[in-house]
Design a protein around this ligand. Structure first.
Ligand SMILES: Cc1ncc(COP(=O)(O)O)c(C=O)c1O
Length: 507
């Protein structure tokens, strides 16, 4: 299953070219037409015969060249992408195929509602299903990304407090294991972030929440299961503390894989939830296509949702703008429709089987965790004796101390063994972290292969650590300098600029 990447040192198409090599045979009759046509072109507009510098190759050489180039990128269609907090699952081809239908791609946002009833029905049903899956009252597909959804949710919380005359609610509580976009979104919405730590068991520290909660609390932003892959065992208590203090609960549901169809965020006490269609709901991401950071809201917050949302009056589907306290419009038109269509097909084809997505991804994570943590030098820092949900964060701190091999070296060595690396050095509270998420897409054979790769690397770390410092060797490009990776030497000005910064840093 190991995938050999094409090397950057492989020739470019001009180097493959040979003078006068012909790619296709032209029939005599056709050649005659072409020559007649040429005679019609005024001489001054004709190029000299060899002035057009296009490569001369046979057809098969062209096909092979571009096929080789297409293989220089690694993606989920080639092998596992165990990036924690990214939910890189397989995106079923049926979703791609149907979403590429002209009836989707050729729609125009200014079309009359009567002529787009089909797509409006799809959006309406998806809104309903996502509201059902989260336990919310309403849902909008507008935000074009997860972080954008967070920002919208934070603005809704802000407007809610302002409408009640509670301008003093300027603090957003966020655990220090949170995804980095949470504090960023809160700050963009005008809040001050109050950090709370995790307990050694990996839960958000309830006593720390009690210590910071006050009449200044606007709310808390949590993800459950947490970024450590652990289900917050005290979530109902946390919800009561925040609500009793007049605050609201925001759920970061970018990664809903662990609880899909099993547990609903709004039943845990959350008031507003964002979902990444481009993670849990099988729309591609990471360069594969635009995302959608759907917002679902419950109770009082349902009146603050951005407009328009798609509604149905029993006869036709329409865009509804009369949401009483809406924060307004946050993107052009209706959001990113193509991922919505893909997610609709994904959910429609799964139906009630959707809970198996959660069950299998949780099983995969725990199978992997149990085996990989038996390896020397591999540890779990938080909640050592707990089961994981959708992901697990490994720590290579011990391996690092004993061999000098870092989490980064291990990740690079995984590339050599045909795997995409997991998320590394995140969350920040876990030293030498590898955050692994396998999703429901990976088979036992693939997970075993990944475990074997880890076992081989760890064994090598103790036997010959230097060998890992040079990894990766088998990829298109070898070890990149993390800081200068984006500044190739050929871009002289920026390289010089970076050299200058380096000097300043040394000084
Ligand atoms: C937990 C979590 N929240 C929010 C986001 C932000 O989503 P997006 O990248 O679509 O803005 C991510 C993305 O990695 C995430 O993992």
């Amino acid at each position: 299953m190991v995938f050999r990447q094409a090397k950057w040192s492989e020739p470019i198409i001009f180097e493959l070219s040979r003078h006068n090599k012909q790619g296709l045979l032209v029939d005599e009759e056709f050649r005659g037409y072409a020559e007649d046509a040429l005679r019609e072109i005024p001489k001054e507009y004709l190029r000299a015969r060899d002035s057009l510098k296009i490569p001369n190759l046979s057809e098969v050489e062209v096909v092979r060249h571009f096929t080789r180039l297409s293989q220089m990128a690694y993606g989920v269609d080639l092998g596992p992408v165990p990036l924690g907090s990214c939910t890189m699952k397989y995106n079923p081809k049926v979703c791609e195929e149907l979403a590429n239908d002209k009836r989707v791609t050729d729609l125009h946002p200014y079309q009359d509602e009567e002529t787009v009833q089909g797509i409006l029905e799809i959006i309406y049903l998806l809104q309903k299903w996502l509201a059902e899956l989260t336990g919310a009252d309403v849902c909008t597909l507008q935000p074009p990304a997860g972080a954008s959804g967070e920002f919208v949710g934070a603005l809704m919380i802000k407007k809610y407090h302002l409408d009640r005359g509670e301008e003093q609610r300027v603090e957003m509580i966020i655990p220090d294991s949170a995804h980095g976009s949470n504090p960023a979104s809160a700050v963009m919405a005008g809040f001050r972030v109050v950090r709370v730590p995790a307990t050694p068991e990996g839960d958000t520290d309830v006593n720390a929440i009690k210590a910071v909660v006050s009449e200044r609390t606007a709310g808390i932003m949590l993800t459950n299961p947490s970024t450590l892959g652990l289900f917050e065992s005290k979530i109902l208590e946390i919800a009561d503390i925040i609500h009793d203090a007049g605050g609201l609960l925001y759920y970061d549901g970018a990664n809903l894989n662990a609880i899909l169809g099993l547990v609903r965020p709004c039943d845990m006490g959350f008031d507003v939830v964002h979902l990444n269609l481009h993670k849990t709901f099988a729309a591609p991401h990471g360069g594969g296509g635009p995302g959608a950071g759907v917002i679902c809201a419950k109770g009082a917050l349902k009146d603050y949702i951005p407009v328009p949302i798609v509604d149905y009056d029993g006869r036709k589907y329409f865009l509804r703008y009369d949401v009483p306290k809406s924060i307004g419009r946050i993107t052009w038109f209706y959001g990113n429709i193509v991922p919505a269509v893909k997610s609709f097909i994904y959910l429609a084809s799964l139906g009630p089987l959707v809970r198996e997505v959660a069950e299998i991804s949780v099983l995969n994570t725990n199978y992997f965790m149990k085996k990989v943590t038996k390896l020397r030098g591999v540890d779990l820092i938080y909640g050592r004796n707990r089961w994981r949900k959708h992901e697990v964060v490994l720590s290579f701190e011990k391996l690092h101390k004993e061999t000098g091999v870092t989490a980064e070296d291990v990740a690079k060595a995984l590339l050599d063994r045909g795997f995409h690396a997991p998320t590394i050095y995140f969350p920040l509270i876990v030293p030498e972290a590898h955050m692994v998420e396998l999703t429901e897409s990976e088979t036992k054979e693939n997970i075993d292969a990944l475990i074997n790769a880890y076992a081989e690397i760890v064994e090598l770390a103790y036997r010959n650590p230097d060998a890992l410092k040079a990894a990766p060797r088998n990829t298109s490009v070898t070890r990149l300098n993390n800081i200068f990776a984006n500044a190739p030497k050929t871009v002289t000005p920026s390289y010089k600029f970076i050299d200058r910064i380096k000097e300043l840093l040394k000084a």
